[in-house]
Ligand binder design. Structure first.
Ligand code: PHE
Length: 465
């Protein structure tokens, strides 16, 4: 089949674009709040287990799915799953699995965006708030400032600005744009994160001498087996899916712009390493210890607002805090934005390629779709006059932690079992380091599907209750 899709410009551009896709609000907003909510030290145990048992195999599978699908001109999950599955089962059954996984991926991606874009709006709003000194007054707690901010109708403006920016970026064709943005933003993000993490580690608590940031580090890094349960394990595995951008087919979508012989193995591992550095070393080390120093062991469980409540404390106690604060939230904005572009590009490709609608029109359809699914999330704090964000938290919990795993299960079953012996050959084509057969058989075929299925099985009951 003729293939005249765009390709990535350079290897380093591709890796940074993938890192831009994976590194986002998941690392700096979601990871700290999920870790604190699930008991700190109890969260990191299943987190690392899930990274190895599920994250690495699924990442390899997605790069492979994507490059394979791209060869046939397809960049979305449904057709990719169909193409691989038809090698092992009848085309009719493959089409059913393809359609189901495509529809689920579409719905999940849309729902993730119902809140992801709002939070991008918060980062933009908080950059503005930093410049104008909106949280510098130490007489008000940063928690109260967040509560007020989230209930103000002006957050709508920032949300809409973020959405409009996204739609414009995507309608203009993105690969080249994404690459140049990523090359600039990702290194700056790392440098900033490192500065903030170092600052965080030297922080004593001005509130309680027992709450230093080093105690906060201990809180997250001290494995607490007594708090381990199925729900925390599912949350940890969900976080792996969310932060690595796997499950929805979005990594696969970027990989569909690869050339057929481009390496996918080392590239997958590079994406994971860059993302985990940003998540554990930067997100985890900066946000949680800072939160701990100012809010104490009981206060760190602040839910989805944690990053926005913790960090302003540091900015207002440091020289030039308004500027540092503005830069930090702006960087978070870019981190979120590059991930949101990946999702927007994906949904647009889905409407464009699967429903045969022109790209620019498809992008606007997604834009309005985002507004519709985003409205309840945006209106909740304004109408309820609280910042409990129950709806947002619940959607994030279901979509971000549960449904991503369902999709991941489909992917590994298709790649490990339905594609038969060609799967490994396909994965290793053009690879600098080849994935050994034993690793593929053990991890992709057995460990990843069994681990995901087990987690879903044991946690479903607690989810439904
Ligand atoms: N991985 C991104 C983050 O950490 C979010 C994301 C999830 C992007 C799923 C695309 C797909 O913020």
């Amino acid at each position: 089949m003729a293939n005249n899709r765009e390709n990535w410009g350079s290897k380093i551009g591709l890796i940074l674009a993938m890192a831009g896709n994976a590194i986002g609000l998941g690392n700096f907003w979601r990871f700290p709040y999920q870790a604190a909510k699930n008991g700190g030290g109890a969260f990191l145990i299943p987190y690392f287990i899930a990274l190895v048992m599920i994250g690495i195999p699924v990442m390899l599978v997605e790069w492979n799915l994507g490059r394979y699908g791209g060869k046939y001109g397809h960049g979305t999950l449904g057709p990719m799953v169909y193409l691989q599955a038809r090698e092992g089962i009848s085309p009719k059954n493959a089409a059913i699995i393809g359609a189901l996984s495509g529809a689920l991926a579409f719905a999940v991606t849309l729902l993730v965006n119902s809140y992801y874009n709002q939070i991008i709006g918060w980062t933009l709003g908080y950059s503005y708030l930093s410049v104008t000194g909106g949280y510098m007054d130490t007489a008000k707690s940063t928690g109260d400032i967040f509560v007020n901010y989230i209930q103000s109708p002006q957050i709508f403006i920032f949300w809409l600005l973020a959405l409009l920016g996204l739609a414009l970026a995507v309608t203009r064709g993105v690969q080249k744009g994404i690459e140049s943005w990523a090359k600039l933003m990702m290194p700056v993000l790392y440098i900033f994160g490192i500065i903030l993490a170092i600052r965080a580690l030297t922080l004593g608590s001005p509130i309680n001498p027992d709450w230093s940031s080093l105690k906060g580090l201990n809180y997250i890094w001290n494995p607490d087996f007594t708090k381990l349960n199925w729900k925390a394990s599912l949350a940890a595995a969900g976080q792996i899916f969310f932060t690595l951008s796997i499950g929805m087919g979005i990594i696969a979508n970027y990989a569909s712009y690869l050339k057929p012989d481009d390496d996918v193995v080392v590239s997958s591992l590079a994406t994971i390493s860059l993302n985990e550095f940003a998540e554990i070393i930067l997100g985890g080390t900066a946000v949680i210890p800072i939160a701990y120093a100012f809010l104490g062991p009981e206060g760190v469980n602040k839910g989805v607002g944690l990053s926005f409540i913790a960090l302003p404390n540091v900015f207002r106690s440091m020289a030039g805090g308004q500027i540092f604060g503005a830069l930090w939230f702006l960087l978070l904005f870019f981190a979120g934005f590059t991930s949101a572009i990946a999702m927007f590009n994906y949904l647009t490709a889905l409407v464009e390629e699967d429903l045969k609608i022109k790209r620019s029109k498809a992008a606007w359809i997604i834009f309005f779709g985002y507004i519709i699914v985003g409205l309840p999330v945006g209106l909740e704090p304004i109408l309820t006059k609280t910042a409990d964000l129950v709806y947002l938290t619940e959607v994030d919990n279901w979509v971000g932690s549960y449904l991503l795993l369902v999709l991941g299960l489909i992917e590994v079953i298709v790649a490990g079992w339905l594609m038969r012996e060609r799967a490994l050959e396909e994965l290793n084509r053009g690879a600098i380091w080849k994935v050994p057969t034993w690793f593929f058989n053990l991890f992709v075929k057995i460990i990843a599907p069994v681990a995901v299925a087990t987690l879903l099985f044991f946690s479903t009951k607690t989810y439904i209750e």
